[in-house]
Design a protein around this ligand. Structure first.
Ligand code: HEM
Ligand code: HEM
Length: 221
């Protein structure tokens, strides 16, 4: 290993954040595909949707107890920082940019609403969301209508998200993609701190995710 090379890299995305991201992306893709297939695939649709919701609950907790760059307090900035970035006046920093942070929040919230509405939805044939039996038919109809509508907003946000990553890559020359796989970005260690990514912090993530999954699985029996 070349030590000089490592002096110009810092850990930005810890392993739990990277796993969260790619497992979430797979769950959302699987939820779309199984939802469109319908029929017997709806059982898996429900499972992938509940897993996606557990991941969001995990990420909300990780935004508070996770390492430096995963914390909401680190990357959520005020409107002034967002405007500065839009005008190209902001100096680049590791982690999510102020504008990127808005898209992260929009994605997290939309996935949470989509999966939350799914819990109250019904296809009126063979599959009912587990919470639909606790509410009136009117509420089930409303939730199903909005579940079917919100899929388009979610698809648009994901399309925008991928386009923004590619735009940064091609136009700005900022590689955002590889760090989501390796965890590292090119910064001098004197410029910014490296995020903690040791086994103790990973164990903390496993406990948090297990709690989120148990809670959601129990509530959506
Ligand atoms: C269903 C699909 C996807 C969803 C729901 C999604 C959602 C998210 C979320 C919530 C984050 C914030 C990560 C965090 O702080 O925890 C994020 C970041 C990121 N995503 Fe995705 N993502 C999806 C697909 C993709 C794909 C296909 C790519 C590859 C082109 C990608 C590349 C990235 C990158 C590079 C970042 C880090 C951006 C930055 O440096 O600020 N995502 N994504
Ligand atoms: C974020 C996760 C989810 C996504 C992306 C998603 C997306 C979709 C999509 C694309 C459809 C098909 C819409 C169409 O026919 O055009 C659908 C239908 C449906 N989803 Fe989800 N869903 C998610 C979570 C859930 C969950 C957790 C449940 C319940 C456990 C659920 C229950 C349903 C039901 C009952 C339908 C059938 C509605 C109908 O055909 O009238 N979904 N969903």
């Amino acid at each position: 290993m070349n030590p000089d090379k490592n002096e110009h890299k810092i850990r930005v995305w810890d392993l739990p954040t990277r796993c969260f991201h790619w497992v979430l992306a797979i769950c959302i893709l699987a939820s779309f595909v199984s939802g469109k297939i319908g029929g017997d695939a709806m059982v898996w649709h429900g499972r992938f949707g509940v897993l996606a919701l557990s991941l969001i609950v995990f990420r909300l907790g990780w935004g508070v107890v996770g390492p430096h760059y995963a914390r909401f307090a680190q990357f959520i900035k005020g409107p002034r920082a967002v405007l500065q970035e839009c005008r190209g006046q902001r100096v680049r920093e590791p982690g999510h940019s102020p504008l990127g942070a808005l898209s992260v929040l929009a994605l997290l919230l939309t996935v949470a609403f989509q999966a939350g509405l799914g819990l109250f939805s019904s296809d009126d044939i063979a599959f009912d969301g587990p919470w639909s039996r606790h509410v009136s038919d009117d509420i089930v109809d409303l939730a199903t209508r909005w579940h079917l509508r919100l899929q388009w907003l979610l698809a648009a946000l994901i399309g925008l998200h991928i386009a923004a990553v590619l735009w940064h890559q091609r136009v700005r020359g900022h590689d955002l993609l590889m760090p989501m796989f390796t965890g590292d970005q090119q910064w001098g260690r004197d410029q910014a701190p490296s995020a903690r990514d040791d086994w103790a912090i990973r164990a903390r993530a496993v406990v948090l995710f297990a709690l989120a999954l148990l809670l959601l699985s129990y509530l959506s029996r």
